[in-house]
Write a protein that binds this ligand. Structure first.
Ligand code: ZN
Length: 156
């Protein structure tokens, strides 16, 4: 298993923990030189606080451990494409590379109309990060299906 696959598998495990509490199944990690420096489990729905997206929580976890200075040399892994809200934070901290499983077309920072993850029109954000998508895509799609099943059950 490549190290990228290993980190994405860990994101999927975090995403399952999110789902167990009724959240969209999103898990996120920040990695610096093959060391995990931040973890995030989506909890926006269970907490009623929309800022509790997995990617934001991963960044906050890294910041709380004193890793703020190396975020610009770190890689973010996430089961899902970071949304436009999380993309702002990612660009603010100049996170070097983003690896995600599946796209989120309506509100994704790369695939939606609002390309916060990729824009180079904001000078202080500098160059866009390297972006790699489709890692363990099938497994991530399965998470979405499990969430859809969960929602249909709870709606009854
Ligand atoms: Zn987000």
């Amino acid at each position: 298993m490549s190290s990228n696959d290993k980190y994405m598998s860990e994101c999927i495990e975090l995403a399952k923990q999110a789902l167990e509490k009724g959240n969209p199944p999103v898990g996120s990690l920040l990695v610096f030189e093959d060391k995990i420096i931040g973890r995030g489990i989506e909890s926006g729905k269970s907490s009623g606080d929309i800022t509790q997206h997995a990617e934001i929580l991963a960044v906050k976890d890294a910041l709380s451990q004193g890793y703020g200075d190396i975020l610009d040399q770190s890689v973010m892994f996430s089961t899902h494409e970071p949304c436009i809200m999380c993309s702002y934070l990612i660009r603010h901290h100049k996170i070097a590379k983003i690896v995600f499983g599946i796209s989120v077309p309506l509100v994704g920072g790369q695939s939606s109309d609002f390309k916060i993850l990729e824009t180079e029109t904001i000078p202080k954000w500098g160059k866009k990060p390297e972006i790699e998508s489709g890692l363990l895509q099938h497994e991530c799609e399965l998470l979405n299906k499990q969430f859809a099943d969960y929602l249909s059950k709870t709606a009854q």
